[in-house]
Design a protein around this ligand. Structure first.
Ligand code: COA
Length: 179
C-alpha cells in the first residue's frame, strides 16, 4: 500500500464542529496527528483498541480512510480524546478518552452530541456502537449517552471477544429532569 505523503482527512467532505453540553468535537487536523500517535501508544488506550499501535505514517493512512470521519474530543481545558464515525446514512461510533479524562461523564456527553448530530443534522437512520461485553465502563457510558442494548454477539472477524450491539435511541431526551 502506498504511504500518503501529506495530511488528508477522510470521512465527511463537510465535517463540522459538533457541540455537546460539556464537550466539543472537531474534525481532526494535521497538528493533532502526533498527539493521536502518542495516545494510541498508551497501554491504557491500547487495551481498548485491540492493541493496535501507529506510526505517524500509519496514522495518516487511518485518518485518510474514506468511510471514517475522525474527530478530536475537546473539553474546557483542551483535547481529551478521539471519536470516529463509520458509514454513511447509517453507521457506528468508536471513541476513547485519554485515561485522565475518564469517569467524569465527558465521554457520554461527546457520544450523545455526535449521535444527535448524525441523526438530526445529517438524517442518519441508525447509529450504533459495539463495545466488548467485558468493557463495563463503555457499555454503561454508551447507555448514559442514549444507546440501548440490541443484541449480544460472539467474537468474529472484527471483534476479538464477545461484544454488545447498541443502538442510539436517545430515550432521555434533551430536557431530561436531573435526578
Ligand atoms: C468508555 C468511555 C469513552 C466512557 O467515557 P467516560 O467519560 O469515562 O464515561 P463516564 O464517566 O460516564 O463513565 C462511564 C461508566 O463507567 C464507570 N467507570 C468509569 N471509569 C471506570 C473504570 N475505570 N472502571 C470501571 N468503571 C468505570 C462510570 O462510573 C460510569 O458508570 P455509571 O454510568 O454507572 O456511573 C471512557 O471510559 C474510555 O475512554 N474508556 C476507554 C476506551 C473505551 O473503552 N472506549 C469504548 C470502546 S466501545
Amino acid at each position: 500500500m502506498s504511504m500518503p505523503d501529506g495530511f488528508h482527512l477522510g470521512g465527511f467532505e463537510n465535517a463540522s464542529i459538533v457541540v455537546g453540553e460539556r464537550t466539543v468535537l472537531r474534525p481532526v487536523a494535521e497538528p493533532d496527528v502526533d498527539l493521536l500517535v502518542r495516545w494510541h501508544a498508551d497501554p491504557e488506550v491500547l487495551r481498548f483498541w485491540d492493541d493496535e499501535t501507529f506510526t505517524r505514517e500509519t496514522m495518516l493512512e487511518r485518518l485518510a480512510r474514506e468511510q471514517v470521519a475522525p474527530y478530536l474530543v475537546l473539553a474546557a481545558d483542551g483535547p481529551i480524546g478521539y471519536l470516529q464515525v463509520w458509514g454513511n446514512g447509517e453507521g457506528g461510533l468508536d471513541m476513547f478518552l485519554e485515561p485522565g479524562a475518564r469517569g467524569r461523564g465527558l465521554g457520554p456527553d461527546a457520544g450523545r452530541a455526535m449521535a444527535r448530530h448524525l441523526r438530526d443534522d445529517r438524517g442518519w437512520t441508525r447509529v450504533t456502537v459495539d463495545p466488548y461485553a467485558w468493557n463495563d465502563a463503555a457499555v454503561r457510558g454508551w447507555r448514559t449517552a442514549g444507546f440501548v442494548e440490541v443484541s449480544r454477539h460472539e467474537a468474529d472477524d472484527e471483534h476479538t471477544a464477545p461484544w454488545v450491539l447498541m443502538e442510539f435511541r436517545d430515550l432521555r431526551g434533551p430536557h431530561r429532569m436531573k435526578p
